[in-house]
Design a protein around this ligand. Structure first.
Ligand code: GDP
Ligand code: IMO
Ligand code: MG
Length: 426
């Protein structure tokens, strides 16, 4: 029996979808525990590409139980659409459970997300505008609607009250048109049978399965540096993408977690605004963006690209208690004459490897680089570490040394077959 939490060790889009799908072969259950459809997890099976936003990346295996935990915020319209598009492609979605306690994203959350961003102007977060922040705000403010609320007859009254309150905010504060309660109720009533069909007490299901010896994989969304507490606040998401979030967002005690694996790209990317010390503004950044197809899965925005930052991944190792690293997209670096790794930040004439909480301090940090020789060879067919050019092996070894966490997997392409396993996770 094993329970594994998989998290993003950078700013998201590390390839969590690919690694989850790969590991899911040996898992019985795959659980999403935070975030919502701000996530975009790409899974390639044979030559087919699937972009999953809300549904766990284990769904492509017919027999796996997939769970959307209580910590996720669910947009019922997106759930409906994603299930439909999977069904259209012949994917069975019968084995999907969603937690009754999960909060629901409503149309006013999407509008508020947009209005808040617009009002922030220059200092906008660059959110995905999926209503994530406003939905989690309502959860914390104790006015949110949960899946279970939609299944009870009081839903109509609760929704009416919420729409009235949000309309006051939209109309009077943001100068936006309000929403019509009746229309919304009619639209959302249609999703009730779907929610009822999949709703369950997922914490109970997961814990019972753990007792029975099942392998459970917890699939994080976003990344450690986007965590509400530990990320580059306020340029973060509104949930907890870190390993501790799995306990909170799935109703599982910390004593039940066996391993934590951090997924990190062989370089760094970020979508949206906020600090990014190793960002490249030159041709190399553009080369990585093109070769790595670094455009957002959810919003299509170009991702900002930069060198591997051992400070942030080392920070992730600490915050998540990482046991292993999965390094992805190593193939993208092939052909670069030299590759840089950020080993520390220079701040006030001192070198530090601590990640500063202050954005002001972070802006003053100058990355300190170590330069390693690159490799020319195409590595996308490598099956073992010894198939990799010496310089690629050296690069991985240096990452391990700097981060202080062993590499268990190396990904050299989007497909399942393009994965080098150094240590079995399950
Ligand atoms: P996630 O949000 O962490 O699941 O990552 P995304 O799916 O948003 O972005 C990762 C992208 O890189 C996807 O298009 C994947 O298909 C692709 N990908 C994953 N691993 C590799 C790899 O090792 N090499 C290459 N070239 N592409 C990869
Ligand atoms: P996956 O799971 C990369 C970023 C947004 C924005 C910030 C807040 O695919 O790795 P939000 O809509 O969550 O309020 O936006 O977080 N962001 C992501 N960046 N990958 C993601 O998910 C992201 N989800 C949110 O770009 O900067
Ligand atoms: Mg993504």
């Amino acid at each position: 029996m094993s329970t594994v939490v998989l998290v993003g060790a950078q700013w998201g889009d590390e390839g969590k979808g690919k690694v989850t799908d790969f590991l899911a072969e040996k898992a019985d259950i795959v659980v999403r525990f935070q975030g919502g459809n701000n996530a975009g997890h790409t899974v390639v099976v044979d030559d087919e590409e699937f972009k999953l936003h809300l549904i766990p990346s284990g769904i492509l295996y017919r027999e796996k139980l997939c769970i959307i935990g209580n910590g996720v915020v669910i947009d019922p319209a997106v759930l409906h659409q994603e299930l439909q598009s999977l069904a259209d492609r012949g994917i069975t979605t019968a084995k999907l459970l969603i937690d009754n306690r999960a909060h629901v994203i409503m149309p006013y959350h999407r509008l508020l997300d947009e209005a808040e961003e617009e009002q922030k102007g220059e200092s906008k977060i660059g959110t995905t505008k999926r209503g994530i922040g406003p939905a989690y705000s309502d959860k914390s403010s104790r006015v949110g609607l949960r899946v279970v609320d939609l299944l009870e007859e009081e839903f109509a009254d609760k929704l009416k009250k919420n729409v009235e309150n949000k309309n006051r905010l939209l109309e009077n504060y943001y100068n936006k048109p309000g929403l019509n309660y009746e229309d919304m109720y009619e639209e959302y009533k249609k999703f009730i049978p779907l929610l009822r069909e999949h709703a369950a007490d997922c914490s109970e299901v997961i814990n019972e399965s753990i007792e029975k010896g099942s392998n459970v994989l917890f699939e994080g969304a976003q990344g450690t540096l986007l965590d509400l507490d530990f990320g580059t606040y306020p340029y973060v998401t509104s949930s907890h993408p870190i390993a501790a979030g799995a306990c909170l967002g799935a109703g599982v005690g910390p004593t039940r977690i066996n391993k934590v694996i951090g997924v990190a790209k062989a370089y760094t990317t970020r979508v949206g605004e906020g600090p990014f010390p190793t960002e490249l503004h030159d041709g190399v950044g553009e080369e990585i963006r093109q070769k790595g197809h670094e455009f957002g899965t959810t919003t299509g925005r170009p991702r900002r690209c930069g060198w591997f930052d051992a400070v942030i991944v080392g920070y992730s190792a600490r915050i998540n208690g990482l046991n292993h690293l999965a390094i992805t997209k190593l193939d993208v670096l092939s052909g670069l004459p030299e590759i840089k790794i950020c080993t520390g930040y220079k701040l006030n004439d001192k070198i530090t490897t601590s990640f500063p909480p202050s954005l002001k301090a972070l802006a003053q940090c100058e990355p300190v680089y170590e330069t390693l020789p690159g490799w020319e060879e195409d590595i996308s067919q490598a099956k073992s570490i010894s198939d990799l050019p010496e310089n690629a092996q050296r690069y991985l070894k240096r990452i391990t040394e700097l981060v202080g966490v062993p590499v268990a997997m190396v990904s050299v392409g989007p497909k399942r077959s393009q994965t080098i396993v150094l240590e079995d996770i399950f």
